[in-house]
Write a protein that binds this ligand. Structure first.
Ligand SMILES: Cc1cc2nc3c(=O)[nH]c(=O)nc-3n(C[C@H](O)[C@H](O)[C@H](O)COP(=O)(O)OP(=O)(O)OC[C@H]3O[C@@H](n4cnc5c(N)ncnc54)[C@H](O)[C@@H]3O)c2cc1C
Length: 218
């Protein structure tokens, strides 16, 4: 890494959010160590690839941003900075081609996540990102250092900044179990309760049979 930029950032979580953070930081010359509790990174991302890997949608920006409903105003500047087109360019830059499906959704041509993840991890390693798997963040010690549970035992870490990219609370067998909420709550960090956000639907007049079989309890 350039000696003129000695900052070290710890990214915890190796899903797409953590990997993208690591990419942007390392591109800026920051030294990045990325930690994930699982034996490999991107496990939920790979599972998404099993179902066809919908990357984004080709509709024009005004319609696209309106899909975020009450969060549209918050999302608008983010999508202007890195929207659907930029995402496609980014994927093409990793050597993965895309196509637009009949629904307008955009997919990698081979509809898989693994080749994309492989190319992405190579780019990150080439940029100097150090990836530590089987390293689970469990909180802080009294000095404010990070506590990490690893195959070599308990470790403590200190860096210039820490970026948490720990995923939501579904598919815990892939690593994202939402346990981090308790850690942040213990520190008094305000948070929004986790809730499903992949799709929304309204239920009207379900039969007793449907309710008994499929209605989730809060
Ligand atoms: C079946 C399925 C299909 C999907 N299909 C699509 C799709 O087609 N298109 C799409 O865009 N999205 C799809 N998704 C959603 C997509 O996979 C998620 O939105 C995405 O993975 C979220 O990324 P993330 O980085 O926020 O979190 P995650 O991918 O959940 O990554 C979080 C990471 O943090 C790690 N972690 C958590 N706690 C700790 C800790 N304490 N210490 C260390 N590491 C920790 C986890 O091991 C994990 O690797 C699908 C998801 C599923 C389950």
């Amino acid at each position: 890494m350039p000696e003129t930029h000695p900052h070290r950032v710890t990214v915890i979580g190796g899903g797409p959010a953590g990997l993208m953070a690591a990419e942007v930081l390392s591109q800026a010359g920051v030294h990045v160590d990325l930690y994930d509790g699982m034996p490999s990174v991107g496990r939920k991302f790979l599972l998404a690839g099993v179902g066809g890997m919908n990357i984004t949608h080709c509709e024009a920006y005004p319609a696209f941003v309106s899909r975020y409903a009450e969060r549209a105003a918050q999302m608008a500047p983010l999508l202007r900075g890195f929207g659907a087109e930029a995402l496609c360019e980014w994927i093409h830059g990793l050597g993965i081609q895309t196509f637009v499906g009949t629904s307008g959704r955009i997919f990698p041509t081979d509809m898989k996540a693994a080749p994309l993840l492989r190319a992405w991890l190579k780019r990150l390693r080439d940029q100097g990102v150090v990836i530590h798997t089987r390293h689970r963040w469990t909180g802080w010690n009294a000095d404010g250092d990070l506590l990490i549970h690893s195959p070599d035992g308990e470790k403590t870490l200190r860096s210039d900044a820490v970026l948490l990219a720990l995923g939501g609370g579904s598919w815990s067998r892939l690593g994202s179990d939402g346990a981090w909420l308790n850690l942040l709550e213990g520190k008094g960090v305000p948070y929004v309760r986790l809730q499903p956000s992949n799709c929304g639907f309204e239920v009207s007049a379900w039969s007793e049979l449907m309710v008994s079989k499929f209605a989730a309890r809060r």
